[in-house]
Ligand binder design. Sequence first.
Ligand SMILES: [Fe+2]
Length: 186
Amino acid sequence: MRDRVSRHLFAAVAAVAASTVAPALAQNSCQPGAQPTPRQTEGPFYKSGAPQRADLVEPGMSGQAIEMSGAVFTRACRPVADARIDVWQADAKGEYDNRGYRLRGYVLTDAQGRYRFRTVVPASYEGRTSHIHVKVTSPGGGTLTTQLYFPDDPLNRSDRIFRRELVVSISKANGALTGRFDFVVE
Ligand SMILES: [Fe+2]
């Protein structure tokens, strides 16, 4: 009897746990038949040859640090392992490093298609709201070039190429800023 009660109790607790976890998973996971992540212009500041590194923050660099993560999926929601996530962006003053590789680098997705890198929130610059440029290259060779945006930049409204589908999910825990974005590639 007692065993049966505790089994029921366990099942009830598990059901509550599942119901509280499910919305968070749904929010950040791929839905079968998902639309591919929109492509955007490369812009004038891309530079090949950036180093592989998960931490773009360097000593003395100003700006708010942010931990970016997410995953790369196919439209059928299969994770894409070994995809190359190439990132370049302006610094906290809205400036690109066009001589060296400051705030430029790439990471590879793991077996579950996940990526992670640390950077600073870029500032807006003339005519543009704050954004991070990204190239996602699948092992098969296809490349998705796009840009990621931040939800609370007031310039989002006036930026001519801003797209809501490319806004990162931001959360703050213990003072640390995290951003999440899942890519869906063709
Ligand atoms: Fe840019």
